[in-house]
Design a protein around this ligand. Structure first.
Ligand code: ADP
Ligand code: 5GP
Length: 206
């Protein structure tokens, strides 16, 4: 997801209609790289109010990605400093790089009664479930491995594709640990299914 597509991470969020201050809900959207998590979240952001967590990573920015919007792009030493300081709610290594969710922003938004969405890989999702058992874990699956490969290639991830596909196969085996599994075949239908979990009050044909 590049900065031009990325939903505003804070400004449009208002307390969820069924939440009181201090009772925002935490949603984790996970699944293999390339399955369409970012695409789903962009569409969701038009239909529902939530705070999208900005992760930190040691990987290089893709063209169009902006520091502080798409990710906090950190050097490995700085990432490890944040780790030692306990600043991550969860973290994981993915495809030779480190990724983590800064804890403070998540806690602040939940404390204000605002729902928070994390878009993270599977090991991190498992850590969130341990730390915050009320979190709702959603796993997005691809229609097939061939389609996943095509989506990764279509996004231009060719250098990394074999590594990401191998990881995807391992991640799919953990899908049954999630609260919900949603197959991302037709994007609009996937968005509707996730919306039912996030904001059931929003009409599907809205
Ligand atoms: P992720 O965030 O899970 O890594 P992306 O949202 O970047 O995945 O999607 C990877 C590629 O797949 C993008 O080119 C996106 O346009 C495409 N894509 C996403 N969902 C679908 C879908 N339901 N059908 C076809 N292509 C899709
Ligand atoms: P990408 O390099 O394609 O942006 O992300 C690679 C993978 O890392 C994706 O599956 C993405 O969901 C995941 N990811 C992004 N941020 C985080 C994070 O903060 N923590 C964890 N555990 N995974 C993340």
């Amino acid at each position: 997801m590049s900065a031009k597509d990325k939903p505003s991470s804070t400004s449009s969020a208002e307390p969820s209609s069924n939440g009181s201050p201090g009772s925002g809900r935490l949603f984790v959207i996970s699944g293999p790289s390339g399955v369409g998590k970012g695409s789903v979240i962009i569409k969701l952001a038009c239909r529902s109010n939530f705070h999208l967590s900005v992760s930190a990573t040691t990987r290089e920015p893709r063209p169009g990605e902006v520091d502080g919007v798409d990710y906090y792009f950190l050097g490995e030493d700085q990432f490890r400093e944040w780790l030692d300081e306990g600043r991550f709610l969860e973290w994981a290594e993915f495809s030779t790089h480190l990724y983590g969710t800064p804890r403070a922003a998540v806690e602040e938004q939940l404390g204000r009664g605002i729902d928070v969405v994390l878009e993270i890989e599977v090991k991190g999702a498992m850590q969130v479930k341990q730390a915050m058992p009320d979190a709702v874990l959603i796993f997005i699956t691809p229609p097939s491995i061939e389609e996943l490969e095509a989506r990764l290639a279509g996004r231009g991830d060719t250098a990394d594709i074999a590594r990401r596909l191998a990881r995807a196969k391992a991640e799919l085996e953990l899908a049954d640990q999630f609260d919900s599994r949603i197959n991302n075949d037709v994007l609009a239908e996937t968005v509707g299914e996730v919306l039912l979990l996030l904001a059931p009050e929003v009409p599907l044909n809205d």
